[in-house]
Design a protein around this ligand. Structure first.
Ligand code: G5P
Ligand code: MG
Length: 221
């Protein structure tokens, strides 16, 4: 049976780099990255995504979970599914539901200026099947418009259009405030501000390293 390693969540507005940071955490510390946004997109597309240890994400939907909360609680509490999570919890209700059954070790909150978010999201391209994320400035694919690993086409997310981004940000601010306050009062909230993931990352890495031994150095990401 797998032992408990660490349960962390990464919070932040759309485009703040939750997915990017969480991928680095997953690689550097041998954890799983669970993304509720990717989970929802997979579910809408009819499945196909797999969590890194081979359990189909769509199984949660097919398995009769009534909501994303129910599905994520099942993932977060399964012994094989310890890891770092982005996008969940997103509301106080979700945070309280998670709280009732699972103790988080730490919460990372990313604070990135709005102008930076808009620029990043307008340059983001994704590989829908895997959720791999590119950015034309930050981490471009080897061939423009093509996924590095599969050779399949990349697409832009519908909700990355400027008008959708502004609405998502407003929604995030309202929903996230009480969640952040709750974790702050617990003393497990760690906030990072800046405009560049590469500058934030070494601090995140150092924080995580104080809780769990890394398997890669921070430069290896
Ligand atoms: P998602 O998918 O969770 P969001 O809006 O929370 O969506 P998003 O857009 O996926 O978050 P991110 O993961 O924070 O953003 O950011 P990212 O993809 O890592 O980075 C953004 C871009 O910037 C990328 O192109 C990346 O390469 C680039 N980048 C990173 N760092 C840098 C840098 O330093 N410099 C530059 N130039 N670029 C950089 O959720 C989607 C929707 O699903 C629903 C909601 O409706 C949500 O809006 N949902 C839920 N609904 C209910 N309950 C839940 N728990 C839900 N979870 C999701
Ligand atoms: Mg994301």
């Amino acid at each position: 049976m797998a032992s408990k390693l660490l349960r962390a969540v990464v919070l932040g507005p759309p485009g703040s780099g939750k997915g990017t940071v969480c991928e680095r955490i997953a690689r550097s510390f041998g954890l799983q990255h669970l993304s509720s946004g990717q989970f929802l997109r997979e579910s809408l597309r009819g499945g196909g995504g797999e969590c890194p240890r081979g359990r189909p994400l769509r199984g949660c939907v097919a398995g009769g979970f009534a909501s994303i909360t129910a599905a994520f609680l099942a993932f977060m509490t399964a012994p094989f599914c310890c890891g770092a999570c982005t996008g969940f919890p997103r509301t106080l209700g979700q945070a309280e539901a998670l709280d009732r059954i699972c103790e988080l070790d730490l919460v990372i909150s990313l604070n990135i200026p709005f102008e930076t978010l808009k620029d990043r999201l307008s340059a983001r391209w994704v590989h829908p099947a895997s959720g791999r994320v590119y950015n034309m400035d930050f981490n471009p694919p080897h061939v423009q418009g093509i996924d590095d690993l599969t050779g399949e086409p990349l697409v832009q997310r519908e909700d990355d259009k400027p008008e959708a981004v502004a609405a998502r940000l407003r929604k995030y601010k309202d929903a996230a405030k009480p969640v952040i306050e709750m974790y702050k009062s617990r003393g497990i909230l760690h906030s990072f501000s800046g405009t560049e993931t590469n500058k934030i990352w070494p601090y995140v890495y150092t924080l995580l390293s104080s809780k769990i031994p890394p398997i890669l150095s921070d430069e290896e990401n």
